[in-house]
Design a protein around this ligand. Structure first.
Ligand code: ADP
Ligand code: MG
Length: 498
């Protein structure tokens, strides 16, 4: 049964939304957080294990230094205070994907605390998201329920568990309650997640592929009548794993809660699930703050001691951050805000940068990736990256144009050839015979024929009316199958009408 929802515009008029985002980022270390088992996606189930991954009695964890360094990098990027001493704690619960019966996480002494992230919104405004902590923990394995509908446990006749993921390092980034979001709540949540994705990619600490579960978010939403009121009761929608899903979850929860509150009802503090098929959230487990995991310091692990010198070493290796990089490229390429946003929306920044690095002009690279190639990607339902054309190919085509060997029309045919798998641009030009004809004899002949076929146009041109010039150029282009160089044609025409 569909729930009653208040109209979104009405909901944000009557209520002030508050958000909280808990983002899990899976690190791309070679090995797990506490043992040397391999970390990789898609391996044969239960092939990437050690006794530690399985929590076998007597096995002892040893912390992975690379994972800690990755956490420090992320902490620095999020302007966190990096704790000199941090500590792993046991979060106790039973679930079959967690063979130890406790998760190793950080509790009251996380590695990173108290930071912020400035997020750029669609209209260029900056919204500061306050960060509570970014702590290190290990992931659980993966249950697969067989025999029920949609892989749900309900109705399944048996379940399988794969421990390959058990022990993979995660960082959980927890925001403070995000206030002041107003009607832009969904956009801010989405922009925040994208900014996190861009940062972890720039830091090269995670593959950050949402579809492979490298990143997922728990989305907390509450409403209050007025920004001066205390926080309302929140719902927590677990494991949302698309940007769209996060935006939709926020929007849906605002509408759902506003409806309940406006009818005098009460919001349950519960975990919910985002259902992509119905585009709704569904209630799950009612949760209270009294959920007690009996945290205590893990006696198998010593405290992490992170020295100032070590933090300085890592600071020195920090790459340029995505927002700085965008601002730099925007200035280098001489773009305005709208042009830059078009590039970001098309997810074409890396490709354009790579194309420029291969020798193309920024304008040329932009034209292809945002024009012809974006259309092609849309039509095929793939990303620009997935198109079978490389930045080097695009740069080569731009060079052929600059050298006068291709005109626009032939360049488009060359792109089509590359996309069809006919080879590099030069190979396509060769095979399809797409060279621009600047052979004067050929053009001369084609112009004569065009003149003969259009005597009225020739009269006008001779009397100084240049408007119908296009008729002649068009005819010559047709006669040469688009291969004539328009400039050369114009020159020949001008010489003949003098
Ligand atoms: P839990 O572990 O139960 O999920 P946390 O204390 O980690 O609880 O908080 C979850 C997230 O929700 C954090 O990002 C926090 O800032 C945020 N949050 C806490 N209270 C509220 C609220 N009333 N409304 C919206 N977000 C909230
Ligand atoms: Mg939570």
């Amino acid at each position: 049964m569909a729930e009653k929802l208040m109209k979104y515009s009405e909901a944000v008029k009557q209520f002030d939304p508050v958000l909280g985002l808990e983002t899990h980022v899976e690190l791309s270390t070679k090995t797990k957080l506490f043992c040397p088992a391999e970390v990789s996606f898609g391996g044969e189930p239960n092939s990437q294990l050690t006794p530690v991954s399985l929590g076998l009695p007597g096995s002892l964890p040893v912390v992975n230094k690379t994972a800690v360094d990755y956490a420090i990098k992320l902490g620095l990027a999020l302007h966190c205070e990096i704790a000199e001493w941090s500590q792993f704690a046991r979060k106790n619960y039973f679930y079959p994907d967690m063979p130890r019966d406790y998760q190793i996480s950080q509790y009251d002494k996380p590695t990173n605390g108290n930071g912020y992230l400035d997020v750029e919104l669609d209209d260029g405004t900056i919204f500061r998201v306050p960060i509570e902590r970014a702590h290190i923990e290990d992931d659980a394995g993966k249950n697969t329920h067989v025999g029920g509908a949609d892989g749900r446990i309900e109705g399944a006749d048996h379940s399988l568990v794969d421990y390959n993921r058990a022990g993979v390092p995660l960082i959980e980034i927890v925001t403070k309650p995000i206030e002041g979001v107003g009607e832009r709540a969904p956009e801010i949540a989405g922009a925040y997640m994208r900014a996190i994705r861009d940062i972890v990619r720039a830091l090269n600490i995670s593959h950050a592929r949402m579809e492979q579960g490298n990143m997922r978010a728990d989305v907390n939403v509450s409403l209050r009548r007025d920004p001066s009121d205390p926080f309302g009761t929140r719902s927590e929608t677990k494991n949302v794993n698309t940007f769209r899903g996060i935006e939709k979850t926020v929007q849906y929860e605002i509408r759902r809660q506003a409806q309940i509150l406006s009818e005098g009802g009460e919001i349950l503090q519960e975990t919910r699930h985002w259902d992509e098929a119905s585009q709704t959230t569904a209630g799950g487990r009612v949760k209270s703050d009294a959920d007690d995991y009996r945290y205590f310091p893990d006696p198998d692990l010593v405290m992490l001691h992170i020295t100032k010198e070590h933090i300085e070493e890592i600071k020195a290796q920090m790459p340029e951050m995505p927002r700085e990089r965008r601002n730099r490229l925007k200035a280098e390429w001489g773009l305005n805000d709208v042009q830059m946003r078009d590039i970001l929306n098309a997810d074409a920044l890396d490709l354009i940068e790579a194309t420029v690095a291969e020798g193309a002009t920024a304008a040329g690279a932009r034209k292809w990736w945002l024009g012809e190639l974006s259309r092609e990607a849309n039509a095929k339902g793939v990303t620009l990256e997935e198109l079978p054309i490389t930045p080097a190919d695009v740069a080569e085509i731009e060079k052929l144009i600059a050298d006068g060997k291709l005109n626009d029309k032939l360049a488009k045919q060359t792109v089509a050839g590359v996309l069809a798998g006919e080879g590099t641009p030069s190979e396509v030009v060769e095979k399809r015979g797409l060279k621009v004809v600047s052979d004067d004899g050929l053009i001369d002949k084609a112009v004569d024929e065009a003149f003969a076929a259009n005597p009225d146009v020739v009269e006008k041109l001779k009397s100084g009316n240049m408007k119908p010039m296009g008729v002649i150029i068009g005819a010559v282009m047709r006669a040469t199958r688009g291969q004539a160089d328009a400039k050369a044609v114009t020159k020949v025409v001008m010489s003949k009408i003098k």
